[in-house]
Design a protein around this ligand. Structure first.
Ligand code: ADP
Ligand code: MG
Length: 351
């Protein structure tokens, strides 16, 4: 090895830094949709609709009927680290909003063209403004608007050639977007969601406000799923410090599928947890004779200070205190439910 002189360390230009960071937060079209929909939820919306063109690469448009954005906030709306949700670090552990870092909108403006139209309560007209690289491209223009906010993200990754190419070559993100909104819709059943392709008449996700979770699951995932579900619940106020409540639905032995669907919300946040998924799959494989993969919806509530929501750039994972104990408790409850259901069935068949 021929050793070089140490190379000079230089400071990256801010625009480069921002684009690199943006590429981490917004990994693909579906990550932009997730951030936008979470913003709409944070804005107390009761109706959220999504329109997608070309798998989200050409256009992602999210419209809500939430509280809107103040005119005086528009200049800094898309700057990095500007947020209405967090003021100090400690707030992270008492937060009820989905957002907290003020990075999503900023990131989108570094890798796409973003246009915001918004109106606040009591105003007779709204404002529209476009952003690029974190800043407004012009003064906000008065415009007609209905209640809430509409955000348009166009030409995603126009300045990240490699990313655009890989995305264009793979199956597009529309299926992932539909899947995301389906999951959101069954958990947030107090909000109506819709998702359609640009120009399409029919929506691919269309949920109506419902007070029964099972009704929401039926309307989104279909009767064949809903009619084969059993309710599960675990409540633990353990002295070991493992405190949580879980409620959800799991598929019975009549349900047949090749792939596990685990719709998991932790403190109302849609997350992934491969350890929990594996634990549930093991129980199904061991308990049910047919090799069916389960459908599972679970909503877990934990003391906020037991969850670290800031461990992943897209927030798709969280870190939980006493996760192993929690998973074991859920696993044994699922097993019990399945065995009981099986025993009842065998008993009925024998009669
Ligand atoms: P964060 O959600 O972490 O605060 P974002 O970049 O996603 O950061 O959004 C920045 C701010 O813009 C939010 O804190 C919120 O005040 C405002 N905002 C974004 N989207 C909406 C929306 N759909 N309705 C109302 N306000 C919004
Ligand atoms: Mg946000």
């Amino acid at each position: 090895i021929v050793q070089r002189d140490p190379p000079k360390i230089q400071r990256l230009e801010e625009s480069v830094v921002n684009r690199i960071a943006a590429g981490e937060v917004i990994q693909r079209p579906v990550s932009a949709v997730k951030e936008l929909v979470e913003n709409s939820l944070d804005a107390d919306s009761s109706s959220i609709s999504v329109v997608v063109k070309d798998g989200g690469l050409k256009l992602i448009q999210v419209s809500d009927d939430g509280h809107g954005i103040r005119l005086e906030d528009l200049p800094i709306l898309c700057e990095r680290h500007t947020t209405s949700k967090l003021t100090k670090y400690e707030d992270l552990f008492s937060l009820s909003s989905m957002g907290f870092r003020g990075e999503a909108l900023a990131s989108m403006t570094y890798v796409a063209h973003v246009t915001v139209t918004t109106i606040t309560k009591g105003q007779i007209h709204g404002y529209r403004v476009s952003y690029k690289d974190g800043v407004m491209e012009h003064e906000p223009k008065a415009c007609a608007a209905v209640k809430g906010t509409q955000i348009m993200v166009e030409n995603l990754f126009y300045n990240m050639i490699a990313r655009r190419k890989t995305l264009q070559n793979s199956a597009d993100d529309y299926g992932k977007i539909v899947d995301l909104l389906s999951r959101m819709a069954i958990h947030h059943n107090e909000v109506s969601f819709s998702c359609r392709k640009h120009g399409a008449v029919k929506a691919d996700v269309h949920s109506v406000v419902s007070y029964s979770r099972l009704d929401s699951i039926r309307s989104i995932y279909g009767v064949s799923v809903a009619k084969n579900l059993m309710k599960v619940e675990v409540s633990s106020a353990d002295s070991s410090g493992c405190t949580f409540d879980m409620e959800g639905f799991i598929s019975s032995s009549n349900y047949v599928a090749k792939k596990t669907i685990l719709v998991l919300f932790i403190n109302d946040r849609l997350v992934e947890c491969s350890a929990l998924k594996r634990a549930i799959e093991i129980v199904y494989a061991a308990t049910l004779p047919k090799a069916s993969k389960p459908f599972v919806y679970m909503s877990i509530s934990l003391p906020r200070e037991h969850v670290d929501i800031n461990i992943h750039p897209t927030k798709k994972e969280v870190s939980i205190l006493n996760q192993e104990i929690m998973i074991e408790m859920i696993q044994s409850e699922v097993e019990l439910k399945l065995r009981n259901a099986n025993d009842t069935r065998t008993f009925q068949e024998q009669k």
